[in-house]
Ligand binder design. Structure first.
Ligand code: DC
Length: 233
């Protein structure tokens, strides 16, 4: 008997640029699971708060705003769409400016509480790959399998620059290294649900590994887990 109706919960945590999104997507495809990009949810929340002009230092106003937050991840012709209070914000949440704003917004308790509850609801049936910073530690501490995906700051900044260049955006490696370091500090240094490797997470350093190599080892571990859970009495 599987523990959950639709399969296991797979948590992938780690700093930005470690390859979580790509690997979560590929792993979910291989297993027939649903990918839940929790970073996209935080980005959408940050965008809505900023558009509404909510003062992030006013905790009562943030809390009030978060009561009516409705952030969904939907599939539209194979493409994942982020819908925030009914509006498609998929293309608006990926800028460097939004990354920094999101990192700051993600320190706020009402935002984290709203996202945690939504994510727990989305993943409770299993059959999901959730990627983020606090999935294995806070959102699904009971996840059947946890990965902590890491890579050096230089390698993560280099990958981010490559991505920017391929999008036709100007990119400077030195500036990107500083931005990556700043986000790492904000994500790991916050009081609530900081980025941290869960004690029972499998650590993978992707600095010198190809996506394919990492994917293969993740998939092997997941399939092993799924098979063993299925055969439990
Ligand atoms: O994974 P990402 O770069 O899209 O995440 C954007 C920001 O959201 C990042 O600075 C950290 C934050 N975040 C978080 O605090 N907790 C999560 N589970 C996911 C993202």
């Amino acid at each position: 008997m599987p523990l959950r109706p639709d399969g296991i919960v797979i948590a992938i945590d780690g700093p930005s640029g470690a390859g979580k999104s790509t690997l979560a997507r590929l792993l979910a495809e291989r297993l027939g699971y649903i990918q839940i990009d929790t970073g996209a949810m935080y980005r959408a929340a940050a965008l809505l708060l900023s558009r509404a002009g909510v003062n992030l230092d006013d905790s009562a106003a943030v809390e009030q705003f978060c009561r009516n937050l409705d952030i969904r991840l939907e599939l539209d012709s194979g493409r994942q769409v982020v819908r925030a209070n009914g509006t498609d914000v998929t293309d608006k949440i990926r800028s460097a400016e939004m990354s920094l704003l999101t990192s700051r917004t993600a320190t706020l308790k009402p935002v984290r509480e709203a996202m945690r509850k939504a994510q727990q609801l989305m993943g409770s049936r299993g059959g999901v790959v959730l990627e983020g910073r606090d999935i294995g530690t806070v959102v699904f501490p009971e996840a059947e399998i946890k990965f902590y995906l890491s890579a050096s700051v230089e390698e993560r900044a280099r990958r981010r620059c490559e991505e920017m260049i391929s999008n036709g955006e100007p990119a400077s490696l030195a500036e990107t290294i500083l931005a990556v370091e700043k986000r790492d500090q904000q994500d790991s240094g916050r009081d609530i649900a900081p980025l941290r490797q869960a004690d029972d997470a499998v650590l993978i350093d992707s600095s010198r590994l190809s996506i394919d190599e990492v994917l293969r080892s993740m998939e092997t571990l997941c399939r092993h887990k799924i098979e063993n859970i299925d055969t439990l009495p």
